[in-house]
Ligand binder design. Structure first.
Ligand code: 3HC
Ligand code: NAI
Length: 701
């Protein structure tokens, strides 16, 4: 199917790319452009060609969905299309009304002329997908705009508005008003003035200090992206534009592009691109499901989470009332919000006016009368079912009909919470992550009776407050914390077996995690996990736990806030200092448990932590708590500091090979069976994992 329309306007032909949503340059579109060009060249009445895009983009670039499929390599390739445009004997004018990104911009750069509407987004964002512009962008962009800007755009992948390029060779004209009329007029003028068939490839990079600048840039890129090869490959491809011929530069670009395309980092980043967009799609809640209007919000509890949640609303311009049980807690909560905003202003990220405006949107109160008309209320009181019950009974009594009643609980049963009201269809879980004003993840917990419109509204709201909403079903800990519980247990077992907290943390931080499990526990507060464990001991007496975590808590070593946890901390400082006392405690603890300490390799540490996540993730998928494997990955990437270049735990397992994962689980089970207090059962492969491994399949299709 061709995806480009051909039309003639007197002596000018217009080829319109039409491959929704963003005119990705898939095989059908590439063919369509070539067919249009051939028709124009064959028609003696045509003197020039305008290339443009229908809908919301000129072109968003190569069709990412085609990558790694035969269509990606099918002729005509983008290179073939570009060569044909460059070889055209009639001038081709790109008319960019909106997004021109990646291959789309590269296509425009191969045209003889380019005109754009103001406001069009111009970028070579391939680096965000772990790639580099592979259709000449690294060679052509530095020939038409200032070299440093071109390098920064290619290494940084950020968009720049078209009007900023006024006066450069990127655009011959910025057309105010009707772009198509402007493009047609420009094409005729180019012909009338005999401007010929200028090509970007024939220009020279005009930057005498390129080598010195590139050398400094190499150091900066190396330091900024230790785990990602794409930024450095982008730089090296641009560097090639400063020496040798254009075609030699293209060849170097090609070589560097192929290296990246085959690498795991690009696969991870492309998985993230689609995973983030897939998360918004709920199979039984179509995109046109009616949503409720959210013009005002309320938050119950002005503690750690409530304050951050309220800030999200204020940041998005939604008035929010914060209700507390105690005046002192209310004052403290509001003062913390103000301090947070003022600190952000001090760093220059917002202005004093922004602080005032946002604070003006936050109303403190002690009275439910002040919140009854809110469109959504989010409860963030203590994690205690009795307290939640009292709050939800009260909300049911006072809130206007149609208000959404949300809970920020991190572990409790949202269906039970809903049952405290006479409107369970209006109840939903909104699990923010700490600090709630910073962390991008919002786990949206869909109760058994949650209304589809309530779910659709909450998903839409998550985008409005700049969160990535990911849906979870109801279970203990939902997706993220249920999995992290298995991860923390393994961390606990490994220090019992012979590792130190710092060895475990170092290994997983080297793997790419922002923070290892023990530094993380010290930051979050060891008492939080202890509280949850005590409930688990009561609810699941059959479950095995490593016992050292309780010993740390029994000494009041709750982490940073008490100056000691798995590490020690100097007053006012956050750096974790290994504590010989903890090591002594561990030696004693192992002896009590009858454990002969052994040396654990970094490989064992990383794989036990990863595959504990993966095995639980597989159960969560099978139970339908997560809709898709990529949702689990998005949760880990945006809520738990999972390294982006690895794409999330489920993708990591896919890339490791599920057959190999199952073998590792069996090794760990055998090891656990030999270890006093070891838990071999937890390594039994989840049925879904075992099935996929046996069939040679993967979680992510
Ligand atoms: N290929 C295929 N699909 C694409 C796409 C692409 N290049 N870019 C966007 N889409 C799809 C999205 O998956 C989404 O699909 P969905 O509705 O089914 O979920 C839809 O288009 C809309 O995307 P957004 O939700 O992101 O819409 P926005 O309007 O917010 O943004 C955009 C549009 C600015 C184009 C943004 O989608 C974007 O940044 N896309 C990526 C652009 C990119 O990275 N291009 C480089 C591709 S690689 C390349 O060109 C290689 C070449 O150098 C050889
Ligand atoms: P917190 O203890 O910092 O704050 C709770 C606040 O609620 C206190 O200010 C308290 O005065 C107030 N409060 C208690 N009962 C109330 C009532 N009946 N009416 C009005 N206000 C009342 O607790 P935190 O950490 O903010 O946690 C709140 C909720 O968020 C809990 O359900 C917790 O599980 C969840 N959560 C916590 C995370 C964290 O990292 N702290 C992360 C994600 C969720």
């Amino acid at each position: 199917m061709t995806q480009a329309h051909y039309a003639t306007h007197g002596d000018v032909a217009v080829i319109t790319m039409d491959n929704p949503p963003v005119n990705g340059l898939g095989h059908g579109l590439r063919r369509g452009i070539l067919e249009g060009l051939r028709a124009a060249l064959a028609d003696d009445a045509i003197r020039a060609v305008v290339l443009t895009g229908a809908g919301k983009a000129f072109s968003g670039g190569a069709d990412i969905r085609e990558f790694n499929t035969p269509a990606a390599f099918a002729q005509p390739s983008l290179h073939t299309v570009i060569d044909a445009i460059e070889a055209s004997t009639k001038p081709v004018v790109a008319a960019v009304h909106s997004v021109a990104m990646g291959g789309g911009l590269e296509l425009a750069l191969s045209c003889h002329f380019r005109v754009a509407a103001p406001g069009a987004q111009i970028a070579l964002p391939e680096v965000n997908l772990g790639l580099l512009p592979g259709a000449g962008g690294t060679q052509r962009l530095p020939r038409v705009i200032p070299f440093e800007l071109a390098l920064n755009m290619i290494v940084g992948g950020f968009p720049v508005k078209s009007e900023k390029f006024k006066g450069t060779k990127l655009f011959d004209e910025i057309v105010e008003g009707d772009l198509m009329a402007g493009a047609l007029a420009f094409a005729r003028k180019a012909v009338a003035e005999n401007r010929g068939l200028p090509l970007v490839r024939n220009l020279k990079v005009d930057y005498p200090h390129a080598q010195g600048y590139l050398q400094a840039a190499r150091g900066a890129v190396r330091a900024a992206y230790p785990n990602l090869p794409a930024p450095m490959n982008c730089l090296e491809a641009v560097a090639a534009s400063t020496r040798g011929t254009f075609d030699e530069g293209l060849a170097r670009e090609r070589q560097l592009f192929i290296e990246l395309m085959e690498g795991p980092e690009s696969r991870a980043l492309r998985h993230i691109f689609f995973g983030e967009r897939a998360a918004a799609k709920i199979p039984d809640v179509p995109a046109d499901t009616p949503v409720r209007e959210i013009k005002s919000a309320a938050v119950i509890g002005a503690g750690t989470m409530g304050g951050g949640i309220a800030m999200n609303f204020a940041n998005a311009g939604i008035p929010v009332t914060v209700l507390e049980a105690k005046q002192e807690a209310l004052d403290r909560g509001i003062a913390t919000i103000r301090k947070n905003y003022e600190n952000t202003a001090k760093k220059g990220r917002i202005t004093a006016d922004d602080v005032a405006r946002r604070m003006g949107l936050i109303t403190p109160t002690m009275s439910y009368d002040d919140i009854r008309n809110a469109d959504i209320v989010i409860e963030a009181v203590f994690e205690d079912m009795d307290v939640k019950e009292a709050v939800f009974r009260k909300l049911d009594e006072v809130m206007k009909p149609g208000a959404i009643l949300a809970s920020n609980t991190s572990t409790l049963d949202v269906d039970k919470i809903a049952s405290f009201t006479r409107r369970p269809q209006d109840v939903i879980g909104t699990h923010f992550f700490s600090p709630a004003n910073v962390m991008r993840l919002l786990e949206i917990v869909r109760g058994a009776k949650t209304g589809k419109d309530v779910l659709a509204t909450t998903m839409k709201l998550s985008a409005k407050i700049r969160k990535l909403g990911v849906v979870s079903g109801v279970c203990d800990g939902f997706i993220g914390n249920r999995m992290i519980n298995q991860y923390s247990r393994q961390a606990g077992y490994m220090i019992e077996e012979g590792a130190t907290p710092q060895q475990v943390d170092r290994a997983i931080e080297k793997f790419g995690f922002a923070m290892g499990p023990f530094r993380m526990a010290d930051l979050a507060g060891n008492d939080v996990g202890w509280y949850i464990r005590k409930r688990h001991y009561a609810e699941h007496p059959e479950m095995k736990f490593p016992k050292f975590a309780d010993k740390i808590c029994e000494l009041g070593r709750f982490g940073q806030k008490t100056g000691a946890g798995y590490y020690k901390y100097e007053p006012g400082k956050r750096n974790a200092i290994p504590d010989p006392l903890v090591e002594e405690m561990l030696v004693k603890h192992r002896a009590e448990q009858g454990i002969t300490p052994r040396k654990l390799t970094d490989d064992e540490i990383v794989h036990r932590l990863m595959f504990a996540l993966v095995n639980e993730g597989a159960k969560i998928l099978e139970e339908g708590i997560a809709m898709r494997a990529s949702d689990i990955d998005m949760i880990y990437l945006t809520g738990y500091g999972f390294p982006r270049f690895r794409g999330g735990p489920m993708l990591y397992a896919d890339m490791f090979g599920l057959y190999n994962v199952v073998n590792r689980l069996n090794d760990f089970a055998a090891q656990a069976a030999k270890t006093p207090n070891g838990d071999a059962d937890c390594w039994k492969p989840a049925p879904l994992l075992a099935k996929l491994a046996a069939e040679g399949k993967s979680f992510n299709g």
